[in-house]
Design a protein around this ligand. Structure first.
Ligand code: DAH
Length: 344
């Protein structure tokens, strides 16, 4: 037995290169198998004299340990390569990922806007911090008229002839649209509105509305009724009926409140429609000539209709969520009800 025999095996081990698991196994057999090079050295070691035993015992054991470690290292490198291959294999099935979800208010806003887009309406937007003129005065609320109390207002700067305030309805966007666009006008105006209300299941200081406005020559109440009927059937189903009850808004004359037939009990009476068979969904009316004139539209030539609805109200009817606060608390257990898991 010679030192060179051991050194030769060490350099062979060092030079070892493998690409596959089968080659690792081949290398193990070549060095450590029954007829392997290292096994052969151990067999030879049994036959040598005492001095040689003392000389070669430790290096031989070292060699065996090193060989086992090397084989293990090679085996792991193969597993890593395999993992990388898996990552790059685009034909492998995907992992399901849960995505964030759209807020129920956005879902319903989009649905409402999409329905009116189909009817040829454009989308218009305006500022949330508005002035008194656009929220009240141009909409025929006379100065200091108690009608302003209908909508408890958050003022940003009071004591000014035209104070800044948080808009209480999206009807302000009607005014901005009439100021900037030429007739014919056909718009829906989705947005957030603010009212100084105590928060409860039925009222909130923030909510969302979609306003609608249609102005042209010869627009009548029959057009208004038809537009709302078509909308209601798209939104709540083809069997839906509507009814209009006389109402009052400073900016429309005549004005009406619109109910849709209850899509839950189909008119039989349930706790959602409180036994009436009808659900209130919006206010509407023919644009008051004063409102047209305030924004420079000739009321002797043109007429129009307007309507406004609460998005949360429609969402509540759609999903039978009867506490408004759910829409603003951002409780993930609630929001996840509207999420979808997708395969990517
Ligand atoms: N602005 C009203 C509100 O906030 C809703 C409304 C009613 C809008 C009648 C209209 C309308 O355009 O014609 O309660």
């Amino acid at each position: 037995m010679k030192r060179e025999d051991i050194e030769k095996v060490i350099s062979e081990l060092e030079a070892l290169k493998v690409k596959t698991a089968a080659e690792v196994e081949e290398a193990r057999v070549r060095f450590l198998g029954k007829k392997g090079e290292i096994t052969a050295l151990f067999e030879e070691f049994r036959t040598v004299d005492k001095d040689a035993k003392r000389e070669f015992g430790a290096p031989l054991n070292e060699l065996k340990k090193a060989a086992m470690a090397k084989i293990e290292e090679l085996r792991e490198s193969i597993v890593e390569i395999a993992a990388e291959t898996v990552r790059e294999d685009l034909s492998m099935p995907g992992y399901p990922l849960s995505l964030g979800s759209r807020h129920p208010v956005s879902i319903v806003r989009q649905e409402i806007v999409d329905i009116f887009r189909k009817f040829g309406y454009d989308v218009a937007e305006g500022p949330e911090i508005e002035d008194d003129y656009h929220v009240f005065e141009a909409l025929n609320f006379p100065p200091n008229h108690p009608a302003r109390d209908m909508q408890d207002t958050f003022f940003v700067s009071a004591g000014h002839p035209n104070p800044l305030l948080l808009r209480t309805h999206t009807s302000s966007v009607q005014v901005r649209t009439m100021e900037t666009q030429k007739v014919p006008i056909r718009v829906v105006c989705p947005g957030r509105v603010f009212r100084n209300e105590a928060i409860s299941a039925r009222a909130h200081c923030i909510f969302h509305q979609v306003e609608g406005l249609y102005i042209d020559e010869g627009v009548t109440f029959a057009d208004l009724k038809q537009a709302i009927l078509l909308f209601a059937r798209e939104m709540f189903g083809p069997e839906t009926q509507i009814r209009m009850r006389p109402s009052f808004f400073p900016f429309t004359e005549p004005s009406a409140e619109v109910d849709v037939s209850c899509n839950i009990c189909h008119g039989k009476g349930c706790n959602i429609c409180k036994g009436t068979g009808w659900l209130e969904i919006m206010g509407c009316g023919m644009v008051d000539p004063n409102v047209l004139e305030a924004s420079g539209i000739d009321s002797t030539k043109y007429s129009g209709f307007a309507f406004g609805m609460g998005i949360e109200r429609i969402a509540m009817l759609k999903w039978q969520v009867n506490d408004l606060r759910h829409y603003f608390e951002n409780d993930l257990r609630f929001l996840r009800e509207f999420s979808t898991a997708v395969e990517v």
